[in-house]
Design a protein around this ligand. Structure first.
Ligand SMILES: N[C@@H](CCC(=O)N[C@@H](CS)C(=O)NCC(=O)O)C(=O)O
Length: 204
């Protein structure tokens, strides 16, 4: 199995954490989508990474679909619960984490542009408000628990940890840890796991 990604992709990192947690061997291939030699568009018509290319050539995308596939490959640990309500709750955490990552990517990319090329104050405020609202919800839902959902590590924790660590690295000016103590403590617990240390994205 080959995972196509880049050193900077938070979505590829989420998949790598899942693969590490499940102890599933894979080959990581650095494949920048914009590089015509990278073959990404041949595997994913949308031209986006991450893409998981199975040994029989089947390509799986996007990251939520890949992690669901990966979870089905090995029984334990179970990242997405079977129970309907639990599964929806865990996937909702993933949607929130992925949404924080998307807003962080857009905002941090915009902030690196020359002033004349930037989107403007209203747009930036809107992106930042998404992040703050999502973190507020996460902080309240996590409360004093050790895991995002239930009493076991799940995909919810992967998505949450990836989003928080990426936010730390891509938009350090937000200093979110000062306002969200439960999330800050959870981020420490999560990023100390060996699975999270694999494929930590570069920020440039
Ligand atoms: N919803 C997708 C998002 C993937 C995504 O945004 N990938 C970025 C890199 S992190 C990408 O490939 N960008 C190139 C492009 O959109 O052309 C997922 O979860 O996999």
């Amino acid at each position: 199995m080959r995972l196509l990604g880049t050193a900077r992709s938070p979505f590829a990192w989420k998949v790598r954490v899942a693969l590490e947690e499940k102890r599933i061997p894979y080959v990581y291939v650095v494949a920048p989508p914009a590089d015509p030699t990278s073959d990404v568009s041949r595997h994913n018509p949308l031209g986006q990474i991450p893409v998981l290319v199975c040994d029989d050539g089947t390509a799986i995308y996007d990251s939520p679909v890949i992690v669901e596939y990966v979870d089905g490959l090995a029984h334990s640990p179970k990242l997405i619960p079977d129970d309907f309500a639990a599964r929806i709750a865990v996937k909702r955490w993933q949607a929130l984490g992925d949404g924080v990552v998307e807003a962080t990517v857009l905002l941090s990319r915009d902030e690196r542009q020359p002033a004349a090329a930037r989107q403007g104050a209203d747009w930036s405020r809107n992106q930042q408000a998404k992040i703050e609202r999502a973190l507020t919800w996460m902080e309240q839902d996590l409360g004093g628990r050790a895991f995002c959902y239930g009493d076991e590590f799940t995909l919810a924790d992967i998505a949450c940890g990836v989003a928080l660590e990426y936010l730390d690295r891509a938009l350090p000016r937000l200093r979110w840890r000062q306002s969200f103590e439960a999330l800050a403590a959870h981020a420490e617990r999560l990023t100390s796991r060996a699975s999270f240390r694999a494929g930590l994205p570069e920020i440039t």
